[in-house]
Design a protein around this ligand. Structure first.
Ligand code: ATP
Length: 216
């Protein structure tokens, strides 16, 4: 895959990273023909008020989770910043380094997409990058449940083929089917808090790290 192939950008709190995240990134890479996927653990996002775990820990867990995949990389641009980060600012910084022509594809689960209209300068963001939209267990990209302005953007920008992602640096929305995995970090935190097993819900390297540092 050439260096010019679309680059996937996968942000999240990853508190902790789990198999649902890994399959989303892997299936997006395959379905959308991305060269690589860059994981970007959030620092202190403005739209999440209670973050339980230090960014340094969340960053390290993501590093361990993706270590064996040469097509995954980790960017600490948000995690190392002490202040709340806006995705549009992160993407603008990446654009300055990667150039204005490189196709960038922001990967979002359906639940994250449905809140996009609450993000800072979200329409500008949709011009700057493409969106790769995964459907999550039981939650389709259903225009009926979307905010009107967001549904209108989805209708205008939606393209059926991943070819659209190579045709321009940004601006399109391409949906891809993802194996439904009803796994959430919220559920993992609850299991860990009550001492229940999370084996096979997250990589062993992540669970070892959690246990060693007594997180959650
Ligand atoms: P929490 O339960 O704390 O809200 P989460 O498991 O949803 O966390 P995030 O870090 O908030 O994880 O999610 C990062 C991205 O991964 C979001 O775009 C979200 O939609 C997506 N995602 C998370 N879990 C899944 C899953 N099981 N299937 C598909 N997408 C997922």
């Amino acid at each position: 895959m050439s260096e010019d192939a679309p680059l996937g950008l996968f942000g999240g709190t990853f508190d902790p990273v789990h198999v649902g995240h890994l399959r989303l990134a892997e299936e997006a890479r395959e379905s959308l023909q991305l060269g690589r996927v860059r994981w970007i653990p959030a620092g202190r996002p403005w739209h999440r008020d209670e973050l339980r775990t230090d960014a340094a820990h969340r960053l390290e867990m993501v590093r361990r989770a993706v270590a064996s995949n040469p097509l995954f990389e980790v960017d600490d641009i948000e995690a190392r910043s002490g202040r709340p980060g806006y995705t549009v600012e992160t993407v603008s910084s990446l654009r300055a380094v990667l150039g204005s022509q490189r196709p960038l594809v922001l990967l979002l689960g359906a639940d994250a997409f449905s809140r996009l209209h609450t993000w800072q300068r979200w329409r500008e963001l949709l011009d700057l990058v493409h969106v790769g939209l995964a459907t999550r267990a039981g939650q389709a990209a259903d225009a009926a449940v979307l905010n009107d302005a967001l549904a209108a953007e989805l209708a205008a920008r939606r393209r059926d083929s991943a070819d659209a992602l190579r045709a321009a640096p940004g601006g399109a929305i391409v949906c891809f089917d993802m194996t439904p995995l009803a796994i959430s970090a919220t559920d993992l935190r609850a299991r860990l808090a009550r001492g229940a097993s999370c084996r096979y819900l997250a990589p062993d390297a992540v669970l070892d790290y959690i246990s060693h540092h007594r997180l959650y």
